[in-house]
Design a protein around this ligand. Sequence first.
Ligand SMILES: C[S@@+](CC[C@H](N)C(=O)[O-])C[C@H]1O[C@@H](n2cnc3c(N)ncnc32)[C@H](O)[C@@H]1O
Length: 459
Amino acid sequence: MAGVHRDTLLRWLRTNLIPEPDRDRHGWRYFNQEQADAVRAFASSSAEPGSPSIVRPAGLTSLDSIGWDFDGAKTSYLTHGIHPYPAKYIPQIPNALIQELSAVGDVVADIFCGSGTTLVEALTLKRHAVGIDANPLACLISKAKTGFISEQDASALLEIAIRARGMGEKLAGGSNGEDMSFKQEELFPSPTFVSQAWRPRNDALQFWFESFAIEELAECLSWCRTLDSESAETLALTAFSSIVVTVSRQDSDTRYVRREKQLTKGEVFRRFARALEQVTRSAVEFSELVEERFRCQILQADVLLKPAVELLDLVVCSPPYPNAFSYHLYHMTRMLWLGMDQPRFKKEEIGSHRKYSNPSKNRATADTFRTEFSAIMDWLGGRLKKGGYACFVVGDSTLKGERVNNADLIAEASRSAGFVEVRRIHRTLQTTKKSFNPVIGKIKEEKILILQNQEGALK
Ligand SMILES: C[S@@+](CC[C@H](N)C(=O)[O-])C[C@H]1O[C@@H](n2cnc3c(N)ncnc32)[C@H](O)[C@@H]1O
């Protein structure tokens, strides 16, 4: 309406040339008719005093006008919904923090990137992105969510989807309802069965999967592995991984117990076809929106080992915290199929429920977490530019029946590294969206802790 680019509008807002409008329930600025008319009038009056080259940040006060609960917000747009991930946060949180605390062209990092929510938002907001995670599966998903897809890649993926759907229908009896499930052996004539090589050699497979599901998964995996382009393979493997838990006997993404499910033959293929189509559609949408000049680096690393990264302008993350989740367990079956080093990640994982709840005398305590965070903040202090912000989205933990305030713990551990707390925002969670280990119960509230690096790397 105003005939100006979104970035210009944002610059005017930051420099107080036009007043801040309200926010809608998704956190987006919402200009009502009167406010929109005012912007239009400003744009046409050429009252802008030149083009200010330095953006004066409006300060943290703008954070107060945001309704951080984002109740009912749509959370699976672009590539956000292509793979489940325990405790992933809603994209509206990093989106708002990135908009308010960084500028176009800045480097935004998530040092516990998980499934890459922050990275997707940083790239769509024209920032460069850096993601770190010790979980190889997290890195695979993050790469898939932030990668660019070519037309050839999209065609290759959709071809596999067609093949998978056809296979699924044949095994299920086709559209005419004829029962052909007994013909599975004909479709996969052992021992020349092409996918033997892709099947993990592990007894755990028999425990977690029905035999026919193993055959079907192995076949799907062999198709992924023979794709020529790395980006297509990353997307195909992510689609593959997204269905593994649903076709296994693992109860759910955050429950590592065995349960029989009523899976029918061909279902793995059909689910894989659907996942591939969704992944491809989402990747195309993402690639159309994001400019390739904004780079995204994803490092598989343990942050306690102080990985080498470029200088950062902003950090936005939701860290692992005591007793919350055990990613190495929830992702076990997926990592098995994908040939990932699960035992190594198990050792590196911070906060895992297993480390905090085992009966041994040496089990981890709140002090373990404090010490780990001191080391992380020491390292981060040298990587984040002076004046830069580090934002942590955390809930409380319960350790041996006592509540632990993780935001306090992180704030304390950060002081000696030169960070000061500048804001603490309390937000209510939609409990259906994110649940804790059943022992601990559902979290209802979490905090967004904002620290500023006062001594860090020079700007
Ligand atoms: C709460 S999740 C992050 C979820 C992410 N915000 C998202 O939206 O998907 C915390 C992440 O910390 C990672 N993590 C745990 N210990 C780590 C370590 N030592 N180094 C790096 N990452 C680690 C876990 O693998 C997990 O992905």
